[in-house]
Every structure is written in C-alpha cells, then in structure tokens.
Design a protein around this ligand. Structure first.
Ligand SMILES: [Zn+2]
Ligand SMILES: [Zn+2]
Length: 805
C-alpha cells in the first residue's frame, strides 16, 4: 500500500471496475426481497448540482446498504425530456443563427432538438458515475423513448375514458415569451413597484358614482361587473344597480360576492374574468361574460378597439390620459405588490383565458390522501406530511396542455365538424362521422404528465414485464422539497390509478443546500457551486461524506469543512489499514478476542452498526456520518490500533487475526458512505476474491457485548492524565498495559497542572451538586439532561478522588 492515500485514479478505477464486472446490474429475482429506488429523472440538458450530489449520496448509501444485505436491488437511472426547458435551450441556440423555431417548422425543429441532445444532452449520468453512484446504467430510460411515449399516451386515453380529462376555456398562467400555458407551481411571485390608480365609475342611473382601485387600467376594457362584499354596508344600496365602465363606456351590473376583500382600495372592485384568476371564478359563479383585450403576445388585441396593437404600457398611458381629461382619475400612487413571473424565462405572467386540456384531480386525489393519512406512504422529515395533505385537500384542476413542440403530442384528432377522436395511435377516420380529414391537436403534454409514470413506465408498463413484476412497487423516492406537488403527489395518484398499488412506501425529502452565505444556490445568480470541484480536489468519498454529514432536516449552508473532514477520515482509515496489513502477513482474519481492547473494539463496531442502521432507517444521515467518524478515528485508530500495535510488532498471530477481522468489519460498515477507499483497502486484504460492494453486511453480534465498557476505566484514567499528568492506579494488568501503550507515550507532548486540575474538578463537582439539589431543575428538565448531569457528577468525583489520592 502506498504511504499516502490519493483518491485520484483510485476512485475512477473502481467506478470502471464495478461497472465492467456487472456489479451495479440488477436482474429481476422473485426469490429475494427487492429494494428499488428510481432516481428523480434529471433534466436531459442539465448538469450535476449540489442538491443532486447530496441526493445521489443518500440514494447510493441506501442502495449499497441493501445490496450488501442481500436484497435484489435496482437503482433505476434515466432522464426527463423537460419540455419547456429543453425547447428554450434549443431556441436560444437557433437565435444565435438569427432563426426562430417557426423558420424551421415543427418537424425540423424536433429533429434539431434530438441532434442537440445527442451532442450536449445526457451529461449527468457521467457525473453520477464520478460520484460512485451504483445505478444500473444499462437500464437508462428517457421519457421520450418510444415505449415510454406509448405509456404516456395510454394514460391520457385512460383518463379521457374515465371522464377526468376535458378540453375547456379557462384562465391559465400564460407566458407571452414562452407562448405557452405554465402551471401554478412554475410561477415565481416577486414583489414589484407599480402604480395603484383610483378611478371613478359613474352609476348608470346618474345617481352618483363608485370609485375602484386597479394597477392595470388597460384591463378595464374587459370589465364586466363591479363587485362588493355582501356585508359591506357602504354599498348595500347599490347592489343590483349598474355602473358605467369609463373609456369602454359599457354598462355593467354591481354584484355582491364574499370573495371580494372589503379592505382593498375602496372595497368596490372591477371584475375582469378574462384577465384575473379570481375574477374568472367570480364570473363563472355569476354567469358573467368573459371578454379579453390582451392577446397571446401580451399586447392589446383586436378586441381592444382603438388600442389594438399597442403595448400594455402604451395603452396604460393613453387610458390614464383620457381618465385625467374627463376628471375620472381620483389618484395615482406608488404601490408594491406581488407579481407572477415565468419560472423558466422570467417574463411577467399574463392570466389569460385559453382553450386547454384539463385533468380533474379530485377523484384521483382521494385515495392518495388516504394512503398518506393512514401511513402507507411516509414522508421524511415528517412535517412534509402536512405540506402534502394541505395541497392535496384543496387540489385544483391541472392544466396538462402546453403550447410547445418538444414533448408528447396530445393524442387527439379533430375533424372539420369538430368531433374529437382520442386514441393512442393516429386514427384513419373520425370516430363519430368517419371523416378522413383529421388534424392532430397542436399541443404537447406538461412534462410532469409523463414523469408521474416514472416508477412503473421505466419498468416497461403497460407491458407485463418481469421487471414490472419484480420491482413495482419501488421502495423509496428521495427528492427536493420543491417538487412534492409537481412530482411526488402525482406519482402517488398515477400509481394508485394505473397499478392499483402505491409506487413506494417512503418519500425522503433531502436538505436544500444553500450557498455558504445562506443565499439560494443558483447558476444564473452566480451563487451555484459545482460538486465536481470538491470531487476533483478531495475525492468522491470525501464529498459524499461531507454532504451527508452536513445534511439535516432543515435547509443547510454548504460547508467545505465537512468535506475536508471526509478526506481526513479516508486518510486515517488508509493509514490504520496499512499498519495492520503490514504486520499481518500470512495471517487469516478471524475474530478471536483474547484481551480487553479486542473485545471492546468488536463490541464498539457492533454497537455502531446498530446505531448507524437505526439512523438510516430513520433517514437521518448526518448522525450516521458522525457515528462512523467517531468509531474510525477515536475508537479504532486512537485506542484499539494504538493498544495492539506492540503485539502486532511482536508478530502475535492471534492479535493479528483479530485485527484483520476487526478491520474487515470496519470496512463493511463504512462502505455505503466511503465506497472507493474501502474497496481499495479490501482488495489488499489477504484471501479476498469477492468485491466489498457485493460482500455480506454485518450481522448483529451480541457475543462481544460484555466488552462494550471494558475500556471505561482506562479512558477515565487517560482524561485525568491528559489534564494533570497524574497517573491513576489501574486494577488489571490489561488496563495497565493499554494505558502504557496508548496514553503514556503522550507524556512527550506535555501535561497539565495537577493543582489547577484539582481546583477545576472541585468547582465542577460543586456546580453539578448545586444543579441536582435544585428541585425545579430535577423535576422540570428532560430526564436525559438530568441523567447526564448525574453521570457527569459521578465522573468528576471519581477523577477528583483519583487525583487527591
Ligand atoms: Zn416564459
Ligand atoms: Zn367527425
């Protein structure tokens, strides 16, 4: 073994070896219990970011752990075609050539997109390999693969036959730049400075006026009512009368509706169903007409009369001018409010009524709510259960159509009479009238419509495949909190609807990693950090360890410190392994503990195994990293290895055999977190043919449990010695031997002052006694805090009496 461990070269070699030897491969196996995770499909145009790296570290840990436990494991890889994001990338490329997608036409544009993806897409799988992710890469799936496309179209037709999918004019979030509807969940709300105009609306009977407030005067041209709250006494006498919308010169009813906020402006609001989501709902309740004056390009449409073709800014200027001339403008004041922007391109969202495909979600949501309520699907951390339930219980219809070219084209064909034929493959004739003059719907499906099928469409659904039988349901879905609604909830609904079974039992939501200063990490803001940098500099093992150690149930700030700690851990493990291997030549590993420290380290390894497995079962990864660090650094290296060193140098064969056995166990336990360095050391052990990645996980082993506290007295004596330089009398030869081997060599490093230490311990004893005498502390503090204080007091007393004797 080289004197210094360098992950460079070693890690890449193992990544290639594991994959080449087929050790990542999964085969359907009905004999063994399965453990399956489908990776959240990354955007095909994307690259690895810190959140991906943490999530992959978590998933790979769970996968490696279960593989070693003998499960039939599958970690399913693949990509999402990411409709709007990919189309934007290719459109930007075209723009460099001075072209738009319309210059190419639909077919050529799609061809161009595939070509672009061949060259530049799909880099993440390579980056995941570099992290040591043991996905079965042979099974890579893409949401635009032909069989996957069939699955998507099958679900569309299924929902249509169930009466849950329909085409309707409703208000949507329209992005004028992307020229597409986008989902509520893809709208970013940003505070902006605007002007709030207060405007007089005369009553039609000439008996006075109302004043209303608006930030968007151009939408007045599409006003169809004025509304007040039914309990607002200021306006009781006006409900049922009519007002005149200025500029438009339209008579509109004054209505009462309890959705009106009496605190906003004057309490009387204009109702514009064509350009505001809440007004749209109010309009539908009251049967009001739906007028529109703004077009799909965000400018004033032909229906806006004299203003047709103007930008909204220009129309605003002119309308305000007219209002001023007629003395209908009461005031114009600065106003700060929240405005929706397109998540993809940043443009201001225009609420518009357009003809779209909608999916009614209420019926699909009911069993998916039940499944989470009764615990058949668990969220980790638990607080996300409520987040999920709140959204599901007030779920709204889902607009599934997008006005894009890149994606799954909606499988609906129209004849000249307007009949719809909804089938998976292109039909010959209209189902109703037999017409052969058919035109396919121009729209594609929302990307999430296809990714909701991920846990089973990747396994071959709708075909009945061995993979589907072996690996559905999956076990765990691990993801970012940002896509609980977009993805997790929809997978649960689609899984129940199509497979009749939940897609997984656990949803793990990993920490969001912010920049070190607490800012959101974002490539466009320049605050993103590339995980490949620490991987290059410190190694994949160190990066995995660091990200896990720094994870939490809350958002975290990125810390290079924990990654550096991971590198130190790998080095320390390397050095101790080297010490053992150099002094155990010709020895076979066998746990034959004879002495105190041997029983102790075997007990410590087993106790840490139990602790780590408990933490993983609870999806608490930072605690497990901590426990593994402590076991390796303190217990194994600083105590056990130091204590047995003299006997290894003396070629004691029993100590050597036990040391090898203990090292093997440590490597097994560390492998899911630090796969590369452990495999590298494992390959140097004598008589090792099988790889560590497929070796057997540690059995629970109580046979050494009595050794767990065997070193307590020596460790206490070491504390006293390190603080004061005083050697405490130890009871057994073994204890004295260990003390001499581990602690006494430290004398060269200098020791503490005895009198100062006695003084310090006396103060600690007095303080602890005081606390425990305080009845309020003893009854009110948590039991473990009180117990810990009692333990401390005992220890201080023992140390003190040792010093004073
Ligand atoms: Zn946009
Ligand atoms: Zn027809």
């Amino acid at each position: 073994m080289d004197p210094l461990y360098s992950p460079e070269g070693v890690e890449a070699r193992w990544q290639q070896t594991w994959e080449a030897e087929g050790l990542y491969q999964a085969e359907p196996d009905s004999e063994r219990e399965s453990f399956v995770i489908a990776i959240p499909p990354p955007n095909v145009t994307g690259s690895l970011h810190m959140g991906h790296a943490l999530n992959a570290s978590i998933q790979d840990l769970l996968i490696r752990w279960h593989r070693m436990r003998g499960f039939s494991v599958l970690w399913q890889p693949g990509y999402d075609h990411a409709g709007i994001a990919t189309q934007n990338v290719v459109e930007r490329e075209l723009a460099k050539e001075g072209l738009t997608r319309h210059d190419l036409g639909r077919e050529a544009f799609i061809e161009r997109t595939w070509k672009w993806l061949d060259h530049y897409g799909g880099v993440i799988m390579g980056q995941l390999r570099r992290l040591g992710s043991s996905l079965d890469y042979r099974r890579e799936r893409f949401t635009m693969d032909e069989p996957y496309v069939r699955a998507v179209l099958r679900y569309f037709v299924h929902l249509h036959e169930r009466g849950l999918l329909y085409r309707a004019n409703r208000i949507v979030n329209w992005c004028p730049r992307c020229a597409s509807a986008i989902s509520d969940l893809e709208v970013n709300h940003v505070d902006e400075n605007d002007t709030l105009y207060t405007i007089r609306y005369p009553l039609a009977d000439g008996g006075g006026e109302l004043t209303i407030a608006t930030v968007r005067p151009p939408t007045m041209l599409a006003d169809v009512a004025v509304a007040v709250h039914p309990d607002d006494e200021r306006y009781h006498h006006l409900v049922g009368k009519e007002a005149i919308v200025p500029v438009a010169e339209r008579r509109v009813p004054i209505i009462a509706d309890d959705r009106v906020d009496p605190e906003f402006g004057t309490g009387a609001v204009k109702i514009t169903p064509g350009h505001d989501p809440m007004d749209f709902d109010i309009g539908r309740t009251h049967g009001l007409p739906e007028l529109t004056v703004i077009g799909l390009d965000g400018n004033m449409s032909d229906d806006s009369g004299d203003f047709a073709g103007l930008t909204q800014v220009e129309a605003n200027r002119r309308i305000v001018e007219v209002l001023r001339e007629r003395d209908l403008l009461v005031s114009a004041e600065p106003y700060r409010h929240s405005v929706g922007h397109c998540d993809r391109c940043g443009s201001r969202i225009e609420p518009l009524i357009t003809l779209q495909w909608w999916c009614d979600m209420t019926e699909l949501a009911a069993p998916a709510i039940e499944a989470v309520r009764d615990g058949r699907v668990c969220f980790r951390p638990e607080r996300y259960t409520d987040v999920y339930l709140r959204w599901m219980e007030s779920i709204r219809p889902w607009c599934v159509s997008r006005q894009l070219w890149w994606g799954h084209r909606i499988p609906v064909w129209y004849c000249p009479d307007g009949h719809m034929t909804v089938v998976e493959a292109e039909p010959e004739a209209c189902v109703e009238c037999g017409s052969r003059d058919l035109r396919q719907d121009e729209d594609v499906l929302d990307t999430w419509f296809s990714s909701q099928l991920w846990p089973f469409a990747t396994l071959g659904w709708p075909e009945d495949t061995p993979e589907l039988r072996a690996w559905y349901p999956n076990d765990v879905s691990s993801t970012d909190r940002g896509i609980i609604f977009l993805w997790e909830a929809r997978m649960i609904m689609a899984g129940l609807e199509l497979m009749g079974e939940l897609p997984f039992h656990t949803v793990n939501i990993h920490s969001t990693i912010n920049a070190p200063d607490g800012q959101r990490m974002s490539k466009s803001l320049g605050t993103g950090l590339d995980p490949l940098e620490p991987i290059e500099k410190y190694g994949a093992d160190a990066t995995r360890y660091g990200l896990l150690k720094n994870s939490s149930t809350q958002d975290v700030r990125f810390s290079i410190g924990t990654i550096e700690e991971g590198r130190k851990l790998a080095n320390k493990l390397w050095n101790v392994s080297r010490l053992i291997l150099q002094n155990t030549e010709g020895v076979s590993a066998e746990a034959r503990p004879r002495d105190l420290e041997e029983r102790w380290i075997l007990a410590r390894i087993d106790a840490t195994r139990a602790e780590v497995e408990g933490a993983w079962a609870r999806y608490e990864f930072a605690a497990s990293a901590d426990a593994l660090y402590h076991l390796t650094f303190d217990d194994f290296c600083d105590w056990y290895a130091e204590a047995i060193k003299p006997r290894l140098y003396e070629d004691d064969p029993e100590a050597a055999a036990t040391a090898l056995a203990a090292l093997e166990r440590l490597l097994v336990l560390l492998h899911p977190v630090l796969p590369h360095v452990t495999e590298e050391i494992w390959s140097q052990l004598p008589e090792r043919d099988a790889r560590l990645i497929v070796s057997t996980w540690l059995e629970s082993d109580a046979s050494f449990a009595e050794g767990a506290r065997a070193l307590d007295r020596v460790q206490e004596a070491a504390q006293v010695f390190r603080r004061s330089g005083v050697e405490v009398e130890l009871g057994s030869d073994d204890e004295r031997r260990i003390f001499a081997a581990v602690v006494r060599p430290e004398r060269a490093k200098g020791v503490g002052n005895r009198d100062a230490e006695v003084e310090r311990l006396r103060k600690e004893v007095a303080r602890a006694e005081g606390m425990l005498a305080n009845e309020r502390f003893v009854t009110n503090a948590p039991a473990e805090v009180v117990d810990a204080e009692r333990e401390k007091l005992e220890r201080y007393r023992r140390e003190l009496s040792a010093l004073e004797s």
